[in-house]
Each structure stands twice: as C-alpha cells, then as structure tokens.
Design a protein around this ligand. Structure first.
Ligand code: GUN
Length: 286
C-alpha cells in the first residue's frame, strides 16, 4: 500500500515554526506581521479560499485585513488600492485573489504589487528571481509541493520528475524549484503526446493539470512518489459535490507515497502563504 502523505500534519508543523517566528518578532517589540487580502467580486470558490487564508492568519498571530470589492470595480480603482497598501508600513503581504473579473488585466494588477510584499510570488521580479535561482518570494503552492516531496524523498539529485501542467502558478515555478534541487525535470501538459509513457518513467509525478483522474494507475511505476495538485469539484453518484484530484487515487496502491485530495497540497499552500508573510515582515523589520 502506498503511504499517504499527510499535508494537514506537515502544514501544522510549518505553522508551529511560523507562529514561533511571529512570537519572536513580538518579543523584539515589533508589531505583528500584516497580510492584506483583496477579493474582487463574489466567486464562490475564491470566497472559500480567502476565508481559509484569513482564518489561518489568526492561528499564527498574523493580522489580516480583507478588502472585498464589487465585481464591477474598475482596474484603476484596484490599482489605487494596491498603491495605498504598497505604501503602508503595517502591510507586509498583499494578496490579490485570482481569477479577476474580465475588465481587469491580472498581469497588470499582480505586477503592481510591490515585489517585497508579493507573498504569492507572482510578480515578474519574483518570477525572474526564482528562474535565475537568486532568491525572492517563492509561490506558495510550489513551495508546499517541495516540502511534501521532502517529507518522503531525502535527495532529489538526478531523480526523474514529471510535472504535468504549465501554469504560472504551479507548473512553471515548481519545475524551476525541482531543477534547483538537481532533479531531471520533464514539463508536460494535457496536449503532450505519449503522456502515459512519459509518466511511467518518473520517480516523482507532480500532477497540476486541473484534469480530474488524468493520471491512471498504469501510468505510475512501482515505488513512485505522487503529488496531486489538482482539485476539481464534481458531482458524485450520490448527487453530492466532492473534490477530486488529477490522480486516480484508488488505482495507485503500488506507488511509494501519494498525497490525498483534499488534505494534501491544499493545506500546504496556506501554510506557505503564512510563512511567506512572516518572511516579508522579517525582511521589512531588517
Ligand atoms: N487563486 C487560486 N490560487 C491562488 C493563489 O495561490 N493566490 C491567489 N492570489 N489567487 C489564487
């Protein structure tokens, strides 16, 4: 039987470290780190994500402020809010939840957040730093994926890792992190020819295509490590909605280890957001 990688437990351990860092800042006389979260419109999934992020801040002592703007907010008004937050010393992290309504250009907005407050790691400066291995703020989900892999693989040197998905949020940054760890990385996507055969060579598969049950049991070699970033809400046979990943979880008992959905990558994303926020505050405090 494959081991189940418990993302909730690993995230809780990271939260302990983050909370201790917050306590140390307070003990040094600094104000608590602050995270400002911007939500434009009423996308139900985004509302849930933002609620989880804000609740998590409370757990570790980060002050969070939510800015909920109407769906018809203009791009200029959003940019003006970001400029205000960029200038406030008590704001250490700014997160603008995507997707954004269609009148707003996400690249423009994400690029307007000060790079040292960009706790998502989406700003081109942070993307550039990551791709050149020169520091910066690392995006939360890729960072969480690396920590989950590290919980079961000591050394990535020369390991064959297949990443499925080429998004700016997960696929591309996780590929860079894996390369920095000396893995041999193959980046694929849903249009890749022979994807099953490519996956069968992999020591580790990071599935981030957003395609439910894309990775079947016969795609996975014995003893592989499987990280499932996919999370899609579907209606089950009983009429209830459920969350499914990109990996057919019930078919991969021959793997060495696999992350569940939910309870795998999701909690790590939030724990890494908190960790990035405290890191940004520590840099700001010098
Ligand atoms: N939407 C889905 N995931 C994310 C994330 O990690 N950050 C932001 N800002 N929006 C998201």
């Amino acid at each position: 039987m494959a081991d189940i990688i418990d993302g909730r437990a690993i995230a809780a351990q990271l939260d302990e470290v983050t909370k201790a860092q917050v306590d140390a800042l307070l003990a040094d006389g600094h104000p608590a780190p602050g995270l400002d979260v911007i939500l434009v419109g009423n996308d139900p999934a985004s509302e849930v994500y933002v609620r989880h992020k804000i609740r998590a801040c409370e757990r570790v002592g980060i002050v969070s402020r939510k800015h909920q703007l109407p769906a018809d907010t203009s791009q200029d008004d959003l940019l003006a809010l970001i400029a205000t937050l960029n200038a406030k010393p008590e704001v250490h992290g700014i997160l603008c939840q995507v997707p954004l309504p269609e009148q707003i250009d996400p690249a423009l907005v994400l690029g307007a957040i000060a790079p040292n407050k960009d706790v998502d790691g989406f700003h081109p400066v942070n993307v550039g730093r990551l791709s050149t291995g020169t520091g910066g703020i690392v995006p939360c989900t890729p960072l969480g994926v690396m920590k989950l892999i590290a919980s079961v693989v000591d050394d990535l040197t020369g390991k064959d890792v297949v990443v499925i998905g080429k998004s700016n949020i997960v696929g591309k940054p996780v590929a860079n992190l894996l390369l920095d760890a000396e893995a041999t990385v193959t980046v694929t996507h849903i249009y890749t020819h022979g994807l099953a055969d490519i996956c069968r060579q992999a020591d580790i598969i990071v599935a981030a295509a957003g395609a439910p049950r894309l990775v079947r049991g016969h795609w996975v070699k014995d003893g592989a490590v499987l990280i499932d970033v996919g999370i899609t809400r579907i209606e089950g046979e009983d009429g209830k909605t459920k969350l499914v990943g990109d990996i057919a979880f019930d078919e991969v008992q021959h793997a060495a280890a696999v992350t569940p959905v939910p309870g795998g990558v999701g909690p790590m994303t939030i724990a890494c957001l908190l960790s990035n926020t405290v890191k940004a505050a520590r840099v700001a405090y010098g």
